[in-house]
Write a protein that binds this ligand. Structure first.
Ligand code: RUB
Length: 309
């Protein structure tokens, strides 16, 4: 393993690099860095180090399958390599391809998603999803009059990043606290959120609180859209694996001494929104019903991704 891998893993864990798409691209780039920096000539030793690098990166944030897919995409076809040089070439090519496709997917989703936004729409979004923001800013770029309510997203307050991104793009943006979601939903026409992982049966795992937006939207009959590249679809869930929900330190929620010592803090940072609350998932292969995730997974990702393990 190299410094690049350890440094990237540390930045993902401490959230210097965050957001499911960004961590996937950073994971792929770290594998590229690892392969280029590797000095030895022993292929078996190289492959062992590759596995260690993959494991370190994937362990840096447990919930987003995008990271798993980004990292493992780089080692596809590695078994065919007969020399370290060839193995290095494969990883570099795969990593560049993953990053290129990932960026391309984000812009395709922006144009597909923008079609769902009508002139005059008021939108709610949660946390800081570059893909959902891409959809909203593309609609704005097309001169649609759009207003956005963005949640604060405690405890990290990624909503502050979102309101900055939207404001920079010239979108009329209002910040709300997380507990205002249900009361503000009455003013909203559509909800657009991102995803960290989507299961084979169409449940969406995203920042804690996403499921509250979905419930409130459902109650108010507001369409709920998820903007997600297909590498956020989880192949493991085909076999019934559960998605691990990351729990982070209590220091992210309260400062030392703020609450009595005996009081515990539970800080899960993602939640699952069942498929029945999701109107559509906007992907780079089109807008799909959550029930279609399984067939896309088995066709596009299933074979190649599952062979790796
Ligand atoms: C970010 C988050 C985002 C998704 C999608 O959580 O939940 O909605 O990762 O992001 P965190 P994107 O800040 O804990 O990483 O659309 O940019 O891939």
């Amino acid at each position: 393993m190299t410094d690049t891998v350890a440094a990237t893993a540390a930045k993902i864990t401490d959230m210097t690099i965050r957001g499911a798409g960004r961590i996937a691209r950073a994971g792929a780039e770290a594998m590229l860095g690892f392969a280029t920096e590797y000095q030895g000539n022993d292929l078996e030793a190289f492959k062992k180090e590759v596995r260690r690098a993959c494991d370190t990166l994937v362990a840096s944030r447990p919930t987003a399958v995008s990271l798993w897919n980004g990292v493992h995409a780089t080692v596809r076809g590695l078994d065919e390599a007969e020399t370290v040089d060839r193995a290095r070439e494969i990883i570099v090519k795969n990593a560049e391809e993953f990053v290129r496709r990932s960026n391309e997917a984000v812009s395709v989703i922006a144009s597909i998603g923008a079609k769902r936004i009508s002139d005059g729409d008021t939108i709610m979004t949660h946390c800081n999803s570059s893909v959902a923001i891409g959809v909203i800013t593309e609609a704005h770029r097309q001169c649609k009059d759009v207003k956005v309510y963005a949640t604060e997203s405690r405890p990290w307050r990624q909503g502050l990043l979102t309101v900055r991104d939207l404001d920079d793009a010239g979108v009329d943006t209002t910040l709300i606290i997380d507990s205002a979601v249900r009361s503000v939903m009455a003013k909203v026409d559509k909800v657009f959120v991102g995803a960290d992982t989507i299961t084979a049966h169409g449940a969406v795992i995203n920042k804690i609180g996403t499921s509250q937006l979905a419930l409130a939207a459902n109650e108010a009959r507001v369409p709920f859209y998820v903007c997600s590249e297909t590498y956020k679809f989880s192949p493991m869930t085909i076999y019934g694996d559960m998605v691990a929900i990351e729990e982070r330190d209590m220091s992210e929620v309260v400062k030392a001494g703020e609450i009595p010592e005996r009081v515990k803090v539970f800080n899960p940072v993602f939640d699952a929104t069942p498929a029945k609350y999701i109107d559509a998932i906007i992907t780079e292969v089109g807008m799909i019903h959550p029930a279609a995730v399984y067939s896309i997974l088995s066709k596009q990702l299933g074979d190649s991704v599952l062979k790796e393990e």
